[in-house]
Design a protein around this ligand. Structure first.
Ligand SMILES: *Cc1c(COP(=O)(O)O)cnc(C)c1O
Length: 340
């Protein structure tokens, strides 16, 4: 496996820091918890999509695209990072935003990531929730192509084998950092959505034979569906890298018990996790992804599934820009008052 064989634009601030979370670890009294700061990838408030876009946007540039098109939920972090990357390259960006929550909160609909999409010069159009958004995207792209545009389309979350290469790279980076510092990683956990992050990590970890179990905390789909989509993408990513067959179905683990009512709808444990990270570590999570991933992590520690003496790494995938679209969740009470 040799990632340098694939076109890539080196725009992310890498390597992202790997840091201990001492106050959170002490508060929970279980394992040593570390954080891999992929919220610090540098592009327009950072996040995990930047690593994927290094490979995706290199393909766009190589094909001579004059516009990239992608899709996501209203407060999509992927959309915002794509818009920022496109502006850096001088390529136009058009985004289809899916109204998955039905919220009519003006901050949800215009602030946070939506504000940043527009600041980066992207154009947006809205779709009702529940459509096949990648099909909607291709239809809009085809119309533009018929008008003579050179369009590069990026699927939701940048999750295809090209985008997943960014997280193969992250696995190499993380294991390298741990090796250099003599840190044994017993568990790696992260939020999982459109699957590219988890799929890429699995392929990288397997290629290194690192034997680090990876658990994805789901944010939308039920467990079977989530694991199937991660497995399918991991296999396709391994094929792309010429290491077919290194990923087994048993390597894919997702826990989707922290989703709550649905995508983009925070639960009380999501909010508690956001407050704990903010108050104990000065780290901002988001209510859609990293807050749910962190809620899963905290619950696993409390239930003794991650134990004293172990070391757990939480991959922070970013998303804090969405907080400004969800400000209502945090009106008033600090952590102490919110705890039951
Ligand atoms: C997109 C996203 C995820 C999920 O990553 P996938 O590769 O889509 O599974 C997690 N956290 C944040 C903040 C994201 O924006």
């Amino acid at each position: 496996m040799h990632l340098a064989r694939f076109p890539r634009l080196f725009l992310a601030h890498l390597p992202t820091p790997l840091e201990p979370m001492e106050r959170l670890s002490r508060e929970l009294g279980g394992p040593e918890i570390w954080i891999k700061r992929d919220d610090c990838t540098g592009l327009s408030t950072g996040g995990n999509k930047t690593r994927k876009l290094e490979f995706l946007m290199a393909e766009a540039e190589k094909m001579g695209a004059d516009i990239v098109m992608t899709q996501g939920a209203t407060q999509s972090n992927h959309a915002r990072q794509t818009a920022a990357f496109a502006s850096k390259l001088g390529i136009k960006c058009h985004i289809l935003l899916e109204d998955r929550t039905g919220s009519n909160d003006p901050n949800y609909n215009y602030n946070g990531n939506v504000l940043l999409d527009h600041l980066h010069g992207a154009t947006t159009e809205i779709r009702a929730g529940g459509l096949d958004m990648n099909a909607e995207l291709e239809a809009v792209a085809d119309t533009a192509r018929n008008g003579g545009a050179k369009v590069y389309t990026i699927p939701g979350g940048g999750s295809n084998p090209t985008g997943a290469l960014g997280y193969v790279n992250c696995a190499l980076e993380l294991v390298g950092q741990a090796n250099d510092r003599g840190l044994v990683i017993d568990h790696l956990v992260t939020a999982t959505g459109s699957a590219g992050t988890q799929a890429g990590l699995i392929v990288g970890l397997k290629a290194l034979n690192a034997n680090i179990p990876l658990l994805g905390f789901g944010v939308r789909a039920p467990k079977d569906k989530q694991e199937d989509s991660v497995f399918k993408l991991a296999r396709a990513t391994a094929d792309k890298l010429g290491i077919s067959g290194i990923v087994d179905r048993a390597d894919v683990a997702a826990d989707c018990n922290y989703v709550g009512q649905g995508y983009g709808i925070a639960r009380s444990d999501t909010i508690e996790a956001i407050r704990m990270f903010a108050e104990l570590e000065g780290v901002l999570l988001d209510p859609v992804y990293s807050g749910k991933g962190a809620a899963g992590l905290i619950d696993y520690v409390r239930k003794g599934r991650f134990k004293k003496g172990e070391r757990v790494v939480f991959l922070h995938t970013g998303g804090a820009a969405a907080l400004f679209g969800y400000d209502r969740l945090f009106s008033g009470s600090p952590m102490a008052e919110a705890a039951e």
